[in-house]
Design a protein around this ligand. Structure first.
Ligand SMILES: [Zn+2]
Length: 412
């Protein structure tokens, strides 16, 4: 069993903690799980229900085939949707047995939630949601009232001190943007990661449900929360490798009577979004897509051509996400407008090699298929060397490189 005790709220100095004691019997581990916000926003934590903790711990419970005992109330709608939809979908996607949630009580708390929020990572998906939901063409009740910045794994979680450093550094940039667009920013952190450390998950497999757990901790604030889509809804399917494909089905099943979780931009791919937002001056000033911090802070492999100590621009211009974005902007004829944020000479050195990856993986991943379609549509020149090198990716030889050579691993 995983046992969630009754949540409570406490204020320490200028921070407010929303926490519950958790016991994971199979892992032999017990600790307090917390969500922490600035005092100003701590009043929005919803301690009437344990919803945030339940969905936060759902994947560890499923992987270890444990039921979840909740010694507190849960929102009835969430319990209904988890029991009938989300647990079934996750267990089929990952190949687990279904488990049960056993709450002390089901309630329908009358909370006057009022806000409309979205995450502010400053990436393409995030900018697309923010610009659309602050524009005059956006329907009134969907216009944003708050931005959020969560420390929930996107900056890594293995090296805790380095993650904290990366988060604080990024938070400063996000704060500047939030001030410029004139929306309040909620910085929210959690130690949920420690409850995942006994289990075998990577960030891609957990970020949807962990992010939504953060949102449900603040049901007194969020009436609606727009979660920027990773893939267009046309790509929906069950996936244990990347449950982002399931987000359009999962978000309604993780919603409550008080907080509706909504997919933002479900009718657009990332290159569609890039085409729409790339002329915007705020995007040209703040765009940040780099996953260097995630790679370094989690001791992951990066490409053999990348020197992580190199580079003077905000986006490292050598990681996969930087290169994907630069190829997209280049194909759209906008790259020069981003010369302050990306190292363009470095891009020109790596472009042919990365194009090989796009061609080689276009039938294996929607991300690369979307990019391949864009470069094809824009008549972007593809060299013969990229076409030849694409065979490395097509036949999975790059995986062999990582498996046997071990090269490119960050040793820091
Ligand atoms: Zn990068």
């Amino acid at each position: 069993m995983i046992i969630i005790d009754k949540p409570f709220i406490q204020t320490l100095d200028d921070k407010v903690y929303y926490q519950a004691h958790i016991t994971d019997e199979k892992a032999g581990y017990a600790n307090d799980c917390y969500y922490v916000a600035e005092k100003e926003f701590g009043k929005y934590f919803s301690d009437e229900v344990a919803d945030a903790f339940v969905i936060g711990l759902l994947l560890p419970a499923l992987q270890s085939n444990q039921d979840i005992i909740v010694k507190a109330a849960m929102s009835e709608k969430l319990y209904y949707s988890l029991s009938n939809t989300a647990i079934f979908a996750y267990s089929k996607a990952f190949g687990y047995q279904e488990n049960k949630i056993i709450p002390e009580q089901l309630i329908n708390p009358k909370i006057d939630s009022f806000g409309v929020g979205t995450g502010c990572s400053l990436g393409i998906d995030s900018f697309s949601t923010i610009l659309h939901h602050t524009s005059i063409s956006c329907e009134e009740s969907y216009k944003l009232s708050h931005l959020t910045f969560f420390n929930v794994g996107s900056l890594g979680e293995k090296n805790v001190d380095k993650v904290k450093e990366s988060y604080q550094k990024e938070l400063e940039n996000v704060k500047k943007f939030a001030a410029e667009i004139n929306l309040p920013l909620i910085s929210l952190e959690s130690n949920l990661a420690v409850f995942f450390s006994h289990y075998d998950y990577n960030f891609n497999q957990t970020h949807v449900i962990r992010g939504m757990s953060m949102v449900l901790s603040m049901q007194k604030l969020f009436k609606k929360y727009i979660y920027s889509s990773g893939y267009p809804i046309s790509e929906i399917h069950l996936s244990g490798i990347d449950p982002t494909y399931m987000e359009a089905m999962l978000l309604p099943a993780l919603s409550t009577e008080n907080t509706e979780l909504i997919v933002g931009g479900p009718n657009q791919s990332r290159t569609d979004k890039a085409r729409i937002i790339s002329d915007n001056e705020m995007v040209q000033k703040y765009l940040y897509v780099c996953v260097k911090d995630l790679v370094v802070n989690n001791d992951m492999h990066y490409g053999p051509w990348v020197n992580i100590d190199e580079g003077h621009t905000r986006n490292c211009s050598g990681c996969d996400k930087c290169l994907r974005t630069m190829v997209t902007l280049d194909a759209l004829g906008k790259l020069e407008k981003y010369s302050e944020l990306f190292d363009i000479p470095k891009y020109h050195k790596l472009r042919k090699l990365f194009m090989a990856k796009i061609i080689g993986l276009r039938n294996k991943s929607f991300v690369f298929k979307d990019m391949f379609n864009l470069v094809h549509k824009e008549s972007y020149k593809i060299s013969m060397i990229s076409r030849i090198l694409s065979l490395i990716y097509q036949f999975g030889l790059n995986d062999l490189y990582y498996r046997f050579a071990g090269a490119g691993k960050n040793k820091k």
